[in-house]
Ligand binder design. Structure first.
Ligand SMILES: Nc1ncnc2c1ncn2[C@@H]1O[C@H](COP(=O)(O)OP(=O)(O)O)[C@@H](O)[C@H]1O
Ligand SMILES: [Mg+2]
Length: 382
């Protein structure tokens, strides 16, 4: 259905962002493109609907080179869903969904039936939602509309670029499940960009793992788990998840509390002190807008530098800290506590702060009590 033949992309600044991309996607397959930020996922995807042109190589859809097709016509046959949903605010949900079908000249009867079908498919009652405006829907509901809008004109191909990553974890999981169900009935060819391995494993028929502009491994979830091509893939899947297939020892995620007090690096020290007091904690976890852990600010440091009114958490946070991955085995966690004398260890999932292990939560976790304890680290703040 979609074939990349030796596709490369070089920007005028000399940056070669894609090298020798070669793959074939069958009709009806759901493919996930995954890899670290900046590895070329979006670029690869946007070449399929010609929002970006390759510098070398060719892309075929049903055997035909898309370079010789009219881009506007091409895009009408390719649905596109992105993270910033982009529903038109002054149109009702029904009007938003039927936009492309109307452009294609469908009869009113045909597109109205289609709107109802699609809304039903994602659990939004047409009678309630058709006439509403996007601003009246929750983020999760809007994203559902974004997904079905891309399907409204029955395009054979749908491109989805991190469509669920702005959603809270619960809506996100629901939408992943809905997508899997939807795909069982519609059987479109779907290319789905994500940076979340759990998401890819859950939804994809095959996964392409990318790094620095090339594809490292393109395989089924089962084969990736059993036969990772190299250390990069192994690391990306999570070393411990692989080990977990052989034995069931507890991992960091089983031992951590999830509610951690976080703050942005631009917070002033007076604010920081106030937060620490009100949450009764002696450290703040400094994260960027994407949840990446930048450093740890201790009460001691805040107090030492408190007199300097220009300082923010960025200036005084500790950036040298031990952390573990969510899939780290408990033995690794225990070793850090033993060696380091640390009071706690932050737990990261692809760099994002996922939780915190203290000596106490670890002991409780190992005793199998994690589900019954009340989190002690305060609450997530911002
Ligand atoms: N117009 C551009 N000019 C130069 N470099 C670009 C341009 N667009 C993207 N890039 C670079 O191409 C690389 C791949 O980007 P992208 O495909 O968006 O990555 P991903 O979606 O995997 O995060 C990045 O290093 C990015 O900075
Ligand atoms: Mg991207």
């Amino acid at each position: 259905m979609i074939t990349f033949k030796n596709v490369g992309k070089k920007y005028p600044n000399g940056l070669e962002v894609l090298k020798n991309i070669d793959f074939h996607i069958e009709k009806g397959e759901l493919i996930a493109l995954i890899g670290p930020s900046g590895c070329g996922k979006t670029t690869t995807m946007r070449m399929i609907n010609r929002l970006i042109e390759p510098s070398s190589g060719s892309i075929l859809i049903e055997g035909e080179d898309i370079a010789s097709q009219d881009p506007v016509e091409l895009r009408r046959n390719i649905g596109y869903v992105i993270q910033q949903i982009g529903l038109l605010p002054h149109m009702t949900i029904g009007e938003n969904i039927s936009l492309v079908p109307r452009l294609k000249g469908w009869t009113k009867e045909k597109y109205e039936d289609k709107i109802d079908d699609l809304l039903n498919m994602v659990g939004l009652d047409p009678a309630t939602f058709r006439e509403r405006y996007p601003g009246e829907l929750s983020g999760g509901q809007q994203q559902r509309v974004g997904v079905i809008r891309a399907m409204a004109a029955d395009p054979p191909i749908i491109l989805m670029d991190e469509p669920f990553s702005a959603l809270d974890p619960i809506s996100r999981e629901q939408l992943q499940e809905e997508l899997v169900k939807l795909q069982e009935s519609i059987q479109k060819t779907i290319v789905f960009v994500t940076h979340d391995m759990d998401e890819a494993l859950k939804i994809a028929d095959r996964i392409a793992i990318m790094k620095d502009g090339h594809i490292v491994q393109f395989d089924t979830p089962e084969r990736l788990l059993r036969h990772p091509a190299n250390d990069f893939v192994r690391g990306f899947i999570g070393e411990q998840r692989l080990e977990g297939m052989q034995n069931d020892q507890p991992v960091a995620a089983d031992l951590m509390i999830e509610k951690v007090v976080t703050a942005r690096p631009t917070r002033g020290l007076a604010e920081a002190l106030k937060m620490m007091r009100s949450y009764k904690v002696d450290s703040l976890f400094v994260t960027d807008t994407r949840g990446q852990l930048l450093g740890i600010a201790t009460l001691n440091n805040v107090e030492v530098y408190f007199k300097d009114e220009d300082k923010t958490l960025r200036d005084i946070m500790n950036t040298e800290f031990q952390s573990v991955d969510v899939y780290a085995p408990f033995t690794e966690v225990a070793e850090i506590f033993a060696k380091d004398g640390a009071g706690f260890i932050p737990v990261l999932k692809t760099g994002e702060l996922a939780g915190l292990i203290t000596r106490t939560t670890m002991m409780r976790g190992l005793a199998g009590l994690t589900t019954s304890v009340v989190p002690e680290g305060g609450v997530r703040s911002e």
